[in-house]
Structures are given as structure tokens and as C-alpha cells.
Design a protein around this ligand. Sequence first.
Ligand SMILES: *[C@@H]1O[C@H](CO)[C@@H](O)[C@H](O)[C@H]1NC(C)=O
Ligand SMILES: *[C@@H]1O[C@H](CO)[C@@H](O)[C@H](O)[C@H]1NC(C)=O
Ligand SMILES: *[C@@H]1O[C@H](CO)[C@@H](O)[C@H](O)[C@H]1NC(C)=O
Ligand SMILES: *[C@@H]1O[C@H](CO)[C@@H](O)[C@H](O)[C@H]1NC(C)=O
Length: 401
Amino acid sequence: MANAHSPHSPGIFAITKLKLFVLVSLSFTWWFASNLPHYKPMIRAGIKSRIDEARQKIPTIKVDWAQETSTDPRDAYNSSKVALLIEPRPLPHLVPQILHMISVVPPDWRFVFIGSNLSVVTVARAYATKHQQVIGKLDLMVLPEPWEIESKEKVYRLLTDMRFYDEFLPGVEWLLKYESDSILCANSEESLNDWLDWHWAGAPRTPDDRFSGNGGLSLRRVSAIRRVLNFQARYNNTQPEDEWFGTRVYILPGAKVASGSDGMLAVEDVYKENAMGFHVRNGGTQLADAVWKDRKQRQAIFNYCPELSLIMDMKLERERCPGDDKEGEIHPTAEEKAAEAAKQAEEQRRKAEAEARRKAAEAAEAAKTAAVVNGTAVPGADAEEEEEVEEESPEGEDSED
Ligand SMILES: *[C@@H]1O[C@H](CO)[C@@H](O)[C@H](O)[C@H]1NC(C)=O
Ligand SMILES: *[C@@H]1O[C@H](CO)[C@@H](O)[C@H](O)[C@H]1NC(C)=O
Ligand SMILES: *[C@@H]1O[C@H](CO)[C@@H](O)[C@H](O)[C@H]1NC(C)=O
Ligand SMILES: *[C@@H]1O[C@H](CO)[C@@H](O)[C@H](O)[C@H]1NC(C)=O
């Protein structure tokens, strides 16, 4: 900077202490930055090998779980209780949803997430879920061929196949099955462990449903499932698995199966205050009116179970359309009503005018027709024709001549 005042001196090429310092610190920064890119591939490799690990573990899971004298962190939990989520789509809310469920379900339960390559990466890359994996709380799985989960029907086939329980859920007796659109409420005073004597508990479809087993959020005893699968097989492309099991579990001797509001674990089509949880069918796009339509009831639900906002698409109150009656219908506002009335009056005026014009034209037309019929000469076209005839005749006379 000492040279800055003299434009003709060597100026910028002169070596000063400051420039040296800048050069050195820049080199250091570049050297430091050049080390950073290595960081990213390391993380990517980490994710990749984690999936590979999950995939490789699958055949040996049975062995892992049955081991008595290992230091497997999974031993810290009760291996007969598993909360299961099957989801092939990489939904952005899976991580918070799973973490919430982990915090609400009693601590001795384990969690299993079965996904596609994509959804498992989505869940696995969060540090919080990595931690849950490390402490043995959560398993992420991509099922090997020929198992498939890409459609509901494929999941039904999986859940009604004894081999699935043998291979992937060995030793599991209590299965909490939840979906990407179901949630347990932290405010519930009940514990999932209060429900262990039920063989099947879920949500009723009607208040006096014979079998309250709607499977979106339901607790099942695998022993009951095995008893059913021992004597029955589901035909492909028939009932959903929960309905299919329902009609069969219901008649199992000695099975304690939810019916009506008795054994109602979750709210889906039928409302119950302070329920353990909710299943909002298809992510809340098919909400039951009996539960959600009434504004006060809805407010009560969200006050009781605010975590519903994790799994539901929501809008801000101020994003409401004007005239929204908050029960699913949009009524016109006062201004819109006035505008509509004015528009109608204008429309009527225009119609009356058009009608008058049409009548006048009709009358004129009628008069003209009547005149023609009466043979009265109408000046215009007829007159011209006559003239033409007149012109022709002299010509004819000429040719004759
Ligand atoms: C797991 O939980 C069940 C039901 O509460 C209990 O009967 C069983 O003893 C528990 N198993 C272990 C290993 O703690
Ligand atoms: C999942 O990844 C494995 C290994 O990379 C691959 O063999 C398999 O085809 C993938 N599955 C899907 C559905 O892309
Ligand atoms: C049902 O579909 C599976 C393939 O997903 C197939 O292996 C099985 O044989 C089918 N069952 C029947 C009864 O057709
Ligand atoms: C046509 O003739 C009828 C009866 O011949 C008569 O009543 C009517 O007024 C006439 N109309 C006009 C336009 O002259």
C-alpha cells in the first residue's frame, strides 16, 4: 500500500510483507479447501455401505435376533415387540414420523422400517435415525427378491405370507403396524403395553363395526396371524390384508379381537375422544366427515394431538378462501352476493331487450309474408324481376323478326 500514491512505480509487482502474508494465507485456504471435497464422497460411501450392510444382514437376521450371548445392541430391547412401517416412497416426513413414534411407543419396543432402495436411503441419511440404528432400536431393511412392496397389493401379499414373518420378524409376537399416514399421540394416557392382551386392535369403520381392525394403525399378535395362515391362504388381488385377516381372526377361538369401540386403538372413520392415535387415510385426502367435518371437534383433535401436522398436509388459517364455512364448503360473501345480484339484473334487462327486438322483427316478417301471400306487390326484388322480363321480351321479338 505504500506504493499506492505513486502510479509510475513498480506498484503491484513489488513484494511487501502484506502481500506475502496474503499469498501465504490464500495458499493455506486453498490447501484447506482442497481437503474438503474428500469429505463428501466419504459420506456418500457411508450411506451406500450402510444399505449394503442392511441388505446383507437380511438373510442372517434370524441368527442375529436369536443370539443369547452377544453384545448385539438389539438385546437391550424386547425382541417380541416390533413397530413396523412399510413404505416404498421416499416421503420427506418419514424421519420425523419414525422419531416421534420412537418417543411415544414404550421404550422396550423395537422399530423396523421396510422400504425401497430410495426410501431406505431417505430414512438412513438422517443422523438421528443413524443413532437409533446404532443403539439397536431401529432396523432399516430392503427386502431381497422376490419380495416386493411397490403397491398395496404387494404389501398385502407380504403380510399374508407366513414366510415373511419367519424370515424377517422371527420371535416377534406383538406387531404394531403403522403407515406413513398414522400417528400415536403423545397426549394419550394409555401405553401400548396396556394393549398386549389383544390379538387384533385397530380402528372401526362404523360405530358398531363387528371387527374394529382397520390396519393403518393396528396392533396384532403374530401368533393369531400364524394360526390363520396355517389353515388359510389369501388369493391374489382380493381383499386388503386387514379385512382378510379380520373375517378370520374374528372367528378364532380364544382370540380377543376389537369390535365396535371396544379395543379401538385408533381413530379413522369413527371418532373417540383421547384416542391412542389416528390414521388419516391416504395422507388426509380421504378424511371421514364423522371425525373431521365438525369444526369444534377438529379443533379438539388438533389440540389433543398436534403431531398430526407431521403427517397431514396443512394450510395456514389465513390461507382460507373468503366465504369458507370451515366445514368443507365455500359460500359466497356479501360482496359476491351483491355482485351476483347486479349481474343477474343486468342479464334480465338484456334478455328483455333482446326479446322486444325479436318480437318487432317477427311482426315485420309476418307483415311482409302476409303481403306476399295477398299478392300485394312489394317494391324491391319483385319489381326488378319484372323489369328483366320486360327487357327480355323485346329481344325475343327482335330474334323473331
Ligand atoms: C417382552 O415383553 C413381554 C410382554 O410384556 C414379556 O412377557 C416378556 O417377558 C418380555 N421379554 C423380555 C425378554 O423381556
Ligand atoms: C436396489 O439396489 C440393488 C443394489 O444396488 C439393486 O440390485 C436393485 O435392483 C435395486 N432395486 C431397485 C428396485 O431399484
Ligand atoms: C400370487 O402372486 C405371487 C407373486 O407375487 C405368486 O408367487 C403367487 O403364486 C400368486 N398366488 C396365486 C395363488 O396365484
Ligand atoms: C291480406 O288479405 C286478408 C284477407 O284477404 C286480409 O284480412 C289482410 O288484412 C290482408 N293483409 C294485408 C297486409 O293486406
